[in-house]
Design a protein around this ligand. Structure first.
Ligand SMILES: [Zn+2]
Ligand SMILES: [Zn+2]
Length: 400
């Protein structure tokens, strides 16, 4: 590193270099993470690290007072972190988002409970520790979200958060797991929570019975380690796209499409797209668009007027939906999630989208880089965190 000098007992950084970093952080409103490695030493902070931080962190805090700062120590096979909030606090976990999703927790792995025996035989003991410490968000508890929630719960994910403002319509019973005709008009998130609580695995479940298009609900997404997009609307997908970029929270987005004319099927497609910074987003991939979001936001009256004037496409009948197709797509999404955690599909499997042509018994995969000019390719947003307005989006004000 420029401006550093190696001494007999370690490494120190010149104050000119520190000043430069602090200046940049202050200008760009960034937090500073000071990272160093212990190539052969202990996998934790040393006494010398403690002393060094007592000198370093107050300097960062004084120069960049409104941001949170921290430190990382890396060894061959672990990462430990500390945050200054403003006092020194060990980080519960350090999460690495890339081809693999990895998480280093401050607690050491305990033996998994015997009920997970059959899974441990497949993936090994470590996976249960990882799953237990994950907080997974599911946006939409319908045809794809409900089987997904059921699978994640039974796999042993420790904390689930459900987001959905819809109540159950009797036509949902055909594909919403855990729902009954008697649940008509109940919030889908409460139906799901009740069912999964009854499984008895001790899963912590937060049920948000409001759509993430409301700011207060969307803010709760920040606490998730990973989220699944199981909605058929464009605006929630745009919100998840921004969340992924600005908070480095991976999003696994699902969609199901049935082409059917007068009761004759010509195609059944399932899609699972994994969003992480550096991969093409849902805008680049043409899955959502600013125009689609605009039209979706129109009131019925405005929409009818715009259809007449040719400014909006005709309102569609409810799309067809059938339980094996929604469930198959949910299962494919859980497989992607497990692959990111364990790599079980092999290190050469780098695709970020899976396309199921269910009517043809075919599966294809692809991987795309961000399209030039798309928001997802602008690295200055990656991991930026909180800003005002939240996610740099316009949020509706509540009328009630
Ligand atoms: Zn050290
Ligand atoms: Zn993009």
């Amino acid at each position: 590193m420029e401006g550093s000098e190696v001494q007999a007992w370690g490494l120190s950084i010149s104050s000119a270099a520190l000043t430069r970093v602090a200046k940049l952080a202050r200008y760009e409103e960034l937090g500073i993470i000071f990272a160093h490695s212990h190539p052969e030493g202990v996998a934790d902070f040393s006494e010398q690290d403690d002393r060094e931080e007592q000198r370093l962190l107050p300097f960062f805090q004084a120069r960049v007072p409104d941001r949170m700062h921290g430190t990382l120590v890396l060894t061959q096979d672990s990462i430990r972190g500390r945050l200054y909030v403003p006092e020194r606090t060990p980080a519960d976990a350090v999460v690495v988002i890339g081809q693999r999703f990895r998480q280093w927790t401050s607690t050491s792995a305990e033996d998994p409970e015997p009920i997970y025996d059959r899974q441990v035989r497949a993936f090994g003991k470590e996976i249960q520790h990882v799953l237990k410490h994950l907080h997974v968000g599911i946006v939409g508890l319908g045809g794809t979200g409900s089987p997904l929630a059921e699978q994640l719960c039974r796999l042993g994910v420790g904390h689930l958060s459900f987001f959905d403002g819809d109540t159950l319509d009797p036509t949902n019973v055909n594909r919403v797991y855990g729902s009954a005709i008697a649940d008509k008009d109940r919030a889908k998130v409460h139906i799901a929570k009740e069912r999964l609580d009854a499984i008895g695995l001790g899963t912590k479940i937060d049920a948000h019975d409001e759509h993430i298009t409301f700011e207060t609900t969307a803010r709760a997404l920040r606490d998730c380690d990973i989220t699944f997009g199981c909605t058929d609307k464009e605006l929630p997908r745009a919100i998840l796209t921004q969340l992924c970029l600005r908070y480095c929270i991976p999003v696994i987005d699902l969609g199901v499409l049935i082409d059917s004319q007068d009761g004759v099927i010509s195609g059944v497609y399932g899609r699972v797209t994994t969003l992480i910074p550096g991969e093409a987003c849902l805008f680049c991939r043409g899955r959502i668009s600013a125009e689609g979001i605009r039209v979706e936001a129109l009131s019925e009256v405005d929409r009818s007027a715009q259809v007449l004037d040719g400014y909006a496409p005709e309102l569609q009948e409810p799309a067809p939906a059938v339980i094996p197709f929604t469930s198959a797509t949910a299962s494919a999404a859980v497989c992607e999630f497990l692959h990111r955690l364990t790599g079980f599909m092999g290190s050469e499997r780098l695709s970020s989208e899976v396309l199921l042509a269910i009517d043809q018994s075919r599966i294809r995969t692809n991987r795309l880089q961000p399209r030039e000019g798309c928001v997802c390719g602008d690295e200055s947003f990656w991991g930026l965190g909180d800003c005002s307005p939240f996610l740099d989006m316009v949020w509706p004000t509540r009328t009630s």
